[in-house]
Design a protein around this ligand. Structure first.
Ligand SMILES: *[C@@H]1O[C@H](CO)[C@@H](O)[C@H](O)[C@H]1NC(C)=O
Ligand SMILES: *[C@@H]1O[C@H](CO)[C@@H](O)[C@H](O)[C@H]1NC(C)=O
Ligand SMILES: *[C@@H]1O[C@H](CO)[C@@H](O)[C@H](O)[C@H]1NC(C)=O
Ligand SMILES: [Mn+2]
Length: 388
């Protein structure tokens, strides 16, 4: 039989030409994805056949090319982990531009050049991907997009399932910690309703341009109870539910409030101290780090980063952008400066990729923020109050 290559190509249907092209064996199917270590090894460094080894950009897009684990499986028997990324595709609690339901995939996309095999930090000379912790991506929680109440219950349950599995490295930390990829800021409430189970009430370090402690009677609650739980009121509700400590702090505040006689007072009552965006001009990055550390002391800390803490020049793709914010470098330096705090949970929220630019400014920033939050967790293991 004649090989098709011996025939003039124009005599062949296009499909048979495509079929005859033999690609080299670079498919992830042939790569060794079995173990954590093999996935982390650079094909060049391992001396193995580079054509048959895992590389970034291959397979499905997980955060920083981490292994995917089906953390929400009904089975007890899933791969163990110590730190888990969990997506929260929810954006119906927003008061302006929607789109953060696509934040989790946007942030993963922004992190796709990160790879454990090549992540030695130029500032710390550490590679936190290769520390004691097994770090995985659990994918996104299944959330209905039609009912906020149900979606937040689903998210809370997902947090409880993911954080209730036995950690991999129990001699270091018993309870897995979660970094949520939001989602609008309402999703933080579901996380805090779960962290209290293992860690008790926590100090929240809240990076944001808005206070997000609005009383529902000021923001949304005048319409209905349902509308009163949104991305501007969740910290008020977290306080009312006893989930947070009065040693909490906002950082990067610059948006106006609605009721001048009530909102600031209520914010304080909810347990917050305010560091404004312009404080950085007076006290610098190190002054802000010192204030935050002094405020939370040795309590357990949840760090929530609303990407709108950055100036829209650095993060245009968000729901309620406010000019006059911090640069990406300033935020990363402040986060790194929080090393040593007992960080028991964290999130990056309000990333709405549809408003990003072709340079992907926002998702790149959000990916690096999530990486820095992960590093804080690796640097400081924390023992839970209650085990799973
Ligand atoms: C899980 O923990 C065990 C024992 O602590 C350790 O030997 C192993 O390397 C860890 N697994 C991963 C994938 O890190
Ligand atoms: C927080 O509350 C405790 C007890 O309720 C009180 O002793 C403490 O002074 C308060 N701290 C702050 C920073 O308001
Ligand atoms: C602001 O809050 C105060 C105290 O709750 C209330 O009396 C007042 O009516 C509010 N003002 C507006 C404009 O909502
Ligand atoms: Mn917010």
């Amino acid at each position: 039989m004649l090989s098709s290559w011996t025939l003039p190509l124009f005599l062949l249907p296009a499909s048979s030409i495509a079929r005859d092209v033999v690609f080299p064996p670079v498919s992830p199917l042939q790569a060794n994805l079995g173990g954590h270590a093999s996935r982390y090894r650079s094909p060049v460094a391992s001396g193995k056949d580079p054509l048959a080894e895992f590389e970034k950009y291959s397979g499905l897009t997980t955060f920083a090319n981490l292994p995917w684990v089906h953390c929400l499986s009904p089975d007890d028997d899933v791969d163990k982990y110590d730190i888990a990324f969990l997506g929260a595709p929810f954006d119906t609690g927003t008061t302006a531009r929607p789109g953060a339901r696509f934040g989790p995939s946007g942030i993963r996309w922004g992190s796709r050049r990160m790879q454990a095999a090549a992540a030695w930090d130029p500032y710390t000379h550490e590679n936190t991907f290769l520390g004691w912790a097994r770090i995985v991506d659990c994918g996104d929680a299944p959330l209905t997009f039609l009912d906020n109440t149900v979606a937040l219950q689903q998210l809370e349950k997902a947090h409880k399932v993911v954080s209730s599995r036995t950690a991999n490295t129990t001699e270091v930390a018993d309870v897995p910690r979660i970094i949520t990829l939001g989602g609008d800021h309402t999703t933080t409430l579901a996380a805090l309703r779960s962290t209290i189970d293992h860690w008790g009430p926590v100090s929240v370090i809240h990076f944001d341009s808005h206070i997000d402690t609005w009383d529902p009677k000021v923001l949304g609650g005048g319409i209905s109870d349902y509308a009163g739980l949104n991305h501007g009121t969740f910290l008020h509700i977290a306080h009312e539910e006893g989930l947070i400590l009065n040693s909490s702090a906002h950082a990067g505040i610059r948006a106006p409030v609605i009721n001048k006689s009530y909102d600031w007072k209520n914010d304080k009552r909810c347990g917050f101290e305010i560091i404004t965006a312009r404080d950085i001009d007076k006290i610098g990055v190190s002054g802000i780090i010192d204030k935050l550390k002094a405020r939370v002391g040795d309590t357990n800390v949840y760090i929530s980063v609303d990407i709108d803490v950055l100036d829209p020049a650095y993060a245009p793709a968000t729901g309620t952008a406010e000019v006059g914010g911090w640069t990406t470098r300033e935020l990363l330096s402040i986060l790194d400066g929080l090393e040593g705090l007992n960080v028991i949970g964290a999130d990056v929220v309000e990333v709405a990729p549809i408003y990003d630019n072709p340079g992907e400014t926002t998702v790149l920033a959000a990916g690096e923020v999530a990486h820095r939050l992960m590093s804080l967790m690796v640097e400081t293991p924390v023992k839970p109050l209650r085990r799973p």
